[in-house]
Design a protein around this ligand. Structure first.
Ligand SMILES: [Zn+2]
Ligand SMILES: [Zn+2]
Ligand SMILES: [Zn+2]
Ligand SMILES: [Zn+2]
Length: 489
């Protein structure tokens, strides 16, 4: 199921548990690990039945076991799970088990993988890290949802009696749910729907908010892990399970909820967040200074201006952030509301603050959607120019938070490219740009496209990023042909 490169080896220590380290010096882009998923399953809340084999929508069931959905294109699914219900211990269980309780699908698949001697050992590697059930029950996480959609229906289904050696209790089932969540990546099916893909090695990598690897996932749900930056022999292989465009407090909150982990990586301990100031506030005392959090990023410390040393109490910061967070939720996709929020919070927050970035991304995507919808009408140059400006604001932050080969930065470059090309073509058509100015802008576009393609060159062809590369190449061809036409090359 896993294919390790000889460039890495397994290691173990108290702090990180089982992990991987580089054996030799490794170049950026080199493949470290390739892995098939242990299981691919719908999200807990998914109500649409999906084929047990290919995970596309299915409205028909497997004729043999009559329990799992199986689409018209697939002739069979996992032998063990099919036999279990067709003629094995599960044959007396009601056939509408999944139709009635589709939320149990992921856990059911895991239980059958555990029952199957061929896959049991692989599953058990997931169990090496303990699950703190008390913590999970009291937290604001998924306990209630698991209880209602998964654990209770499963306990009532007769499956527990059909799998006696597993000694399944509500607690065991809850712990399995947590293990599935903690070891899953969001994978995308061919129909564009997202699913949970559980990987044993890939998902077991320790977390760092500035990962030194990139995870690539193709349409068959295969994972490839490659180096994002050059690695030295002995370096620990890290992955990131959070969104790098979130500020430290947001990332830590999300990591606690989704992965039950407290991060203390170099970015989390750096109040300037790698010099981006993504969580910094404007100083209220002096005009030019920014306040950064003094003690741990858990919010226990006050904020102090790096210029004038003025203190900004933590409660004030939290108040601003909570208020802005609520306002963002209330904005509900309204362009003007976002623009006025931007004006308001630019007075209080560092220009790179994660909340401002969030607002800017919202505005840019509204403008992009509007451009697509009104493609018949003349797009407004002012709005196009605004989109270019917002996309360009995001670039330096995206570059800084994920060093090396970065899909995040590649996508940000692509968004910028689309907006730029649209704007300059219109400006040239309306003679706002002369030929020389147009050519100069096209050259910028060409550079941006090449940089984005370069960042995506290690991604599989049959993946979302592979298709993005094709799209950027098309854009680059158009730019190059205009450069030939007007630039005399
Ligand atoms: Zn299928
Ligand atoms: Zn079947
Ligand atoms: Zn961190
Ligand atoms: Zn100050």
């Amino acid at each position: 199921m896993q294919d390790f490169s000889e460039k890495i080896q397994q290691a173990h220590d108290e702090k990180l548990g089982r992990h991987l380290v580089a054996n030799i010096n490794i170049d950026a882009g080199e493949t470290l690990l390739e892995e098939r998923p242990l299981l691919v399953a719908p999200h807990w809340e998914c109500a649409q039945l999906k084929c047990a084999q290919c995970m596309e929508e299915s409205y028909v069931m497997c004729r043999k076991c009559q329990v799992f959905p199986l689409c018209m294109d697939c002739s069979q699914h996992n032998d063990f799970e099919c036999e279990f219900f067709a003629s094995g211990a599960g044959s007396r269980i009601c056939k509408d088990l999944l139709v009635k309780n589709y939320g149990i699908c992921a856990l059911l698949k895991l239980l059958l993988l555990l029952e199957d001697p061929a896959t049991r050992a692989d599953c058990q590697t997931l169990f090496q890290r303990s699950v703190d059930l008390e913590d999970y029950r009291d937290g604001e996480g998924m306990w209630q949802e698991h209880e209602e959609q998964v654990v209770r229906p499963l306990l009532a289904s007769g499956l527990v009696e059909a799998l006696p050696t597993q000694q399944l209790t509500a607690d065991v089932l809850h712990a399995h749910c947590v293990r599935i969540d903690c070891n899953a990546f969001e994978v995308t099916g061919r129909d564009g729907e997202t699913l949970k893909g559980v990987f044993i090695c890939g998902a077991g990598l320790p977390h760092h908010c500035v990962p030194n690897t990139v995870v690539a996932l193709d349409e068959q749900f295969n994972m490839k892990l490659y180096a994002a930056v050059p690695l030295n022999a002995g370096d620990v292989i890290y992955n990131s399970y959070t969104n790098p465009l979130m500020g430290t407090s947001q990332r830590q909150h999300q990591l606690r909820l989704s992965r039950h982990l407290d991060c203390s990586c170099s970015r989390c301990q750096d109040a300037t967040e790698m010099g981006t100031h993504m969580s910094s506030m404007k100083c209220r005392e002096c005009s030019a200074g920014f306040s950064i959090c003094e003690i741990g990023p858990d919010g226990s410390g006050n904020w102090r201006c790096v210029d004038c040393n003025a203190i900004l109490p933590a409660v004030d910061v939290h108040e601003v952030l909570a208020e802005a967070g609520d306002a963002l939720v209330d904005a509900k996709g309204e362009l003007q509301v976002y623009e006025s929020l931007l004006v308001r919070y630019q007075q209080l927050l560092h220009p790179n603050h994660f909340l401002l970035l969030d607002i800017k991304q919202n505005i840019a995507s509204i403008l992009r959607a509007a451009a697509l919808m009104n493609s018949m009408e003349q797009p407004c140059k002012k709005l196009l120019a605004r989109r270019v400006e917002l996309c360009s604001d995001l670039l330096p932050v995206c570059r800084a938070v994920v060093p090396g080969i970065s899909k995040l930065y590649a996508i940000a470059l692509f968004e910028y490219l689309l907006a730029l090309v649209e704007l300059i073509e219109l400006q040239f058509a309306e003679s706002d740009l002369d030929k020389k100015e147009y050519v100069a802008q096209l050259r910028i576009g060409s550079q941006v496209a090449k940089e984005a393609l370069d960042l995506l060159r290690f991604e599989p062809e049959n993946s979302a990023e592979g298709y993005l590369s094709d799209r950027i190449s098309m854009e680059l061809e158009r730019i190059d042909s205009d450069l030939m036409k007007y630039g005399g090359r």
